[in-house]
Design a protein around this ligand. Structure first.
Ligand code: DX5
Ligand code: ZN
Length: 234
């Protein structure tokens, strides 16, 4: 059983105003904010790292509502050598650490390292990576991320041909949080939700909208309906 989680990606936010942008998303009922860490090696782009996560955590402290942690920072680590940044992201105030399967030699050991630092552990696969690599890991993971664009930039076109991966994961792991990232918005959420994704990253479609709160609500309602139809709703 899973629930819908909407995670706006602050890669599309105003970088001169990141704290306010995070607050705004949480006020608009985003469940998480998605923080895209890029190192210029694993992907051809440079974004932000632990010092920014740390400043954001000070501006957006953790809270609690109905026994659940609020202001959750979902850190998508598009970096070579993901082992290196686990302690710093934990110290900076990240909540979840999503590494790329392609970037590590020992994913099981990395999951253990992430958990030993008190972070939730998630594993992402690029469009060219087979979903089968996630099967032996899934029981140990808090979330799996199926990329629906080549990682590196916001505003790219959603790859609907990644949906069989989501379907295969959902069929095997009904209780796993399955995230999709890249090109998600009102036009593409239907297929992603029908495939079984329940954690939705959305950058340009939320931050570029006239009414971001309405987009967040639309994404959540669509996922909620699909999960209900499948009998998977928490
Ligand atoms: C791409 C990032 C995404 C990106 C998504 O490498 O991982 O999180 O911000 O942006 P949109 O939703 O605009 O495709
Ligand atoms: Zn991302």
């Amino acid at each position: 059983m899973v629930k819908p989680v909407i995670a706006p990606s602050i890669l599309s936010a105003d970088f001169s105003n990141l704290g306010c942008e995070c607050h705004k998303m949480f006020k608009l009922r985003a469940d998480w904010v998605h923080i895209d860490v890029m190192d210029g090696h694993f992907v051809p782009n440079l974004t932000m790292g632990p010092p920014i996560i740390s400043s954001l955590r000070k501006a957006v402290p953790r809270g609690e509502k109905d026994g659940q942690a609020t202001h959750f920072f979902d850190c998508h680590m598009m970096v070579a050598n993901p082992e290196q940044w686990v302690p710093e992201v934990a110290k900076a105030g990240g909540d979840q650490y999503t590494f790329h399967y392609e970037a590590t030699k020992d994913p099981v050991k990395l999951v253990e390292l992430i958990k030993s630092h008190g972070l939730k552990a998630a594993c992402a696969i690029k469009p060219g990576t087979s979903v089968e690599v996630l099967y032996p890991l899934a029981e140990k993971l808090d979330m799996a991320l199926v990329m629906t664009v080549e990682p590196g930039f916001g505003g790219q076109k959603f790859m609907a041909d990644m949906m069989p991966k989501v379907e295969a994961l959902r069929a095997k792991f009904p209780n796993l949080d399955i995230q999709v990232d890249g090109g998600l918005g009102k036009e593409t959420i239907g297929v992603a939700a029908d495939a079984g994704a329940n954690v939705i990253v959305a950058g340009s479609s939320v931050f570029g909208a006239k009414d971001p709160g309405e987009v967040i609500q639309f994404l959540r309602d669509t996922v909620q309906d699909s999960l209900k139809k499948k009998g998977l709703l928490d």
